[in-house]
Design a protein around this ligand. Structure first.
Ligand code: FAD
Length: 412
């Protein structure tokens, strides 16, 4: 049977789901299919290293919409199906089982696959990445047999997973290759704060750590992580959180422009006719990074790009220029980030990290480019305006907690 849709969305994650929702909200009346290689209806990915892993939320509670929603909106869900080929001239995709699905327009929303370690032992049983529900379920299924775990990577996912495991009473060693955690995404005060917090919760944080290999037992089950200096960290579980590789091979093979992602314009159009791309895999020029062509890995980015595409397809004017925001939950700490701190040259601290409520404002050339706010929602909400206005505030007023951030702004 030949299947054909006016819009085919590839990837049933945050961006794909929101694209379907936004198309219907924008009164798109054509046929829509969402093709996803996971078996599940679209669900929220952030809880996989937070509330879902901690067993504070069931899977049902992290579904983006209840299953019946999709049928009610006339959106066909082709789940557990993977797109392996794209033929832009014929306007069809080919699935793993050889089936072809024709499209009028296509939205590529495939996110990325976790980057794997390249050392020996990377594929032993008990070595995990956290990207999908299946990944989290596998980890959760093994937790009872774990007394000691090693987390490789001090980014948000590694830190969040470490926090959950520590909460479960596991001994956790967190290995970061650089000299501080969160080095790629935040300033040093935030890194030091989280290192201190994790240590206070019993996590052994090791910086500048270099992994040599993962060692297994006779049953190919992980038994430890060997460091470059020869030390063996015994453990029953390893969690690897070292970033993702954008899932764009079929598009690249079809001739799309890109590299570490697929290049898109302000309407999220790729260089291939009638093909858009959104979310973690979309390389776009970001207004909050001075127009630099980057990928942003956040729910905000996936959702807002999906909405831009839905508007574009339904004939409305839209361009992607949304303010980036992000959050992370670790222990009782809620981090909220707005803007992108890329290449900041100054950082102003507001409040005392020892009080576990503070914010950092990142500046570049005197202008506010981003804020990291820990248990400081008011700063996050008010600081947003500083980021959008690219405000040039007085440093002392910025640091003064007696002055609300909304009063700090000096318009240009
Ligand atoms: C553990 C974890 C915690 C996170 N925490 C936060 C957070 O706190 N805040 C935040 O803003 N962001 C967070 N993120 C990032 C956020 O989840 C992503 O930025 C977001 O999911 C990106 O949406 P997307 O649609 O681009 O990709 P995804 O949501 O990953 O969806 C892509 C889907 O496409 C599928 N797919 C891939 N290739 C194919 C193919 N060829 N055919 C069919 N289907 C395919 C994938 O399996 C996946 O289901 C977190 C991510 C993870 C993994």
């Amino acid at each position: 049977m030949v299947q054909a849709y006016d819009v085919v969305i590839v990837g049933a994650g945050h961006g794909g789901a929101q694209a379907g929702i936004a198309l219907r909200q924008n009164k798109f009346e054509g046929t829509i299919a969402i093709i996803g290689d996971e078996p599940d209806y679209p669900y929220e990915r952030p809880p996989l290293s937070k509330e879902y892993l901690a067993r504070d939320k069931t899977f049902d509670r992290i579904l983006i919409r209840q299953p019946a929603f999709w049928g009610e909106r006339g959106i066909d869900m082709l789940l557990g199906r993977k797109v392996t080929d794209v033929d832009p001239a014929a306007h069809h995709v080919t699935l793993e089982d050889g089936a072809k699905v024709f499209y009028g327009r296509m939205i590529w929303a495939t996110g990325g696959a976790p980057r794997k370690l390249v050392c020996s032992g990377h594929d032993l049983a008990g070595v995990h990445t956290v990207r999908t529900r299946a990944d989290a379920d596998r980890m959760m299924g093994e937790l009872d047999g774990v007394t000691r775990a090693v987390v490789i990577g001090g980014g948000y996912i590694g830190l969040e997973a470490a926090a959950v495991l520590a909460k479960f009473g596991k001994q956790v060693v967190l290995l970061e290759a650089l000299d501080r955690v969160l080095a790629r995404v935040a300033g040093e005060p935030l890194s030091r704060f989280y290192e201190t917090e994790h240590r206070a919760h019993g996590v052994e944080v090791r910086l500048g750590a270099r992994v040599d290999c993962i060692e297994g037992d006779a049953n190919d089950k992980v038994m430890g992580v060997r460091l470059h200096d020869g030390e063996l960290l015994e453990c029953q579980m390893v969690i690897v959180g070292i970033g993702i590789i954008p899932a764009v091979e079929p598009l690249m093979a079809a001739g799309a422009e890109g590299g570490n992602g697929v290049k898109v314009d302000a309407q999220c159009r790729t260089s291939l006719p009638d093909i858009f791309a959104i979310g973690d895999c979309a390389l776009h020029s970001n207004a909050y990074a001075e127009g630099a062509v980057i990928r942003v890995e956040s729910v905000q980015n996936a959702n807002d790009q999906a909405t831009v595409v839905a508007k574009t397809i339904t004939g409305a004017d839209a361009a992607y220029d949304a303010v980036p925001w992000f959050w992370s939950n670790q222990y009782d700490l809620r981090l909220q980030t707005v803007g992108l701190s890329i290449d900041f040259d100054d950082v102003v601290q507001r409040g005392d990290p020892a009080g576990r409520s503070f914010s950092l404002t990142y500046l570049k050339g005197g202008r506010v480019i981003a804020l990291d706010c820990v248990n400081a929602t008011k700063d996050y909400v008010q600081g947003r305006a500083l980021v959008t206005a690219m405000a040039v505030p007085d440093r002392e007023r910025l640091a003064d907690t007696a002055i609300p951030l909304k009063e700090v702004m000096l318009p240009l």
